[in-house]
Every structure is written in C-alpha cells, then in structure tokens.
Design a protein around this ligand. Structure first.
Ligand code: MG
Length: 160
C-alpha cells in the first residue's frame, strides 16, 4: 500500500467557467489557469503521482505547453491513471476536501465522484469528496480562490 497527498489552489476571477471534478458549476466567477483550472482534479493528479513516485503535475503537463491550454483536466487524470497502470499500481481509494466560501457544492459532489471513479476505473465508493468553507478567513474566506487537498491510496499489483 502506498499513499500520496496532493494540494492545489486557483484564483477565482470573472469571465472564467467554474469546473471542479469535471463538472461545470453555475457561478459568477471561475478558476483562472492554463488548463480548465480544475483544482480538484489537479490535487487528485498530484496525489496519485505522489503515490506512484512520479513527481508532480507540473513536470508532466507544464503550463508553458500550448497542448494543455484550456484542456479538460479529466484528460490529465486519464493520463495519470495510465502512468499508474504502467507503474504496476491499482488505485484503492481517493479522499479529497474542497475548501471554498461559495458556491455550495453539495449538489455537485456525486457527479464529481462519478467522474473521478470512472476515470480511475474504480468503484464509486472508492471516491469520497467533501466541501467546506474557511469560516471567512484568509484568501479563501474573502472569495479570492479555492483550495483542494487530496489523499490517495494505491496498492501494488501482485507480481507473478
Ligand atoms: Mg492547478
């Protein structure tokens, strides 16, 4: 069993879509970034890359590469899932906490979990997502951005 942790944050700005876990959420602001800026999927990618000892998302998908401009981050997670298989590992469980003041995410969490579980090819109950506020404190409390923390466990496939 191996464990990986991931963290990501993005700034909330006007004129961008808010996409988390591959779900577009109606809101007056969206996350700023080179890709679709899906902070949840970026944290999950980083956790998974950590678990398999493959560095971080910036190394594999640099934000200076035009190929990743506005890319749906589910494509990045697919690629990381592929690296996980190549490393001989199976994803066991994902747990993530999205920290934001607004909007309320509860109605959208189930679809985000389905998107992650499908992409990682694990059962739906292998993904647990939580959303909470920062009690009005700091950049999150002021609504300037969103942060996500994720933990993933993987098991190494039995070798013949
Ligand atoms: Mg990011």
């Amino acid at each position: 069993m191996k464990v990986g942790c991931g963290y990501d944050s993005h700034r909330l700005v006007e004129g961008r879509r808010l996409v988390l876990g591959g779900v577009e959420i109606p809101f007056e602001k969206g996350l700023l970034g080179h890709s679709d800026a899906d902070a949840l999927l970026h944290a999950v990618c980083d956790a998974l890359l950590g678990a398999i000892g493959e560095g971080d998302i910036g190394t594999h998908f640099p934000d200076t590469d035009p190929a990743y401009r506005d890319i749906a981050s589910l494509r990045l997670l697919e690629a990381v899932a592929g690296k996980t298989k190549e490393a001989g590992c199976l994803v066991h469980h994902v747990d993530a906490t999205i920290i934001l003041e607004r909007p309320k995410l509860a109605p959208f969490l189930p679809q985000m979990a389905v998107n992650i579980a499908r992409t990682l090819e694990i059962p739906g109950n292998g993904v647990n997502l939580k959303a909470k506020t920062n009690e009005g404190m700091g950049f999150i409390g002021r609504g300037e951005g969103i942060a996500v923390m994720a933990v993933i466990t993987v098991t190494e496939r039995e070798r013949p």
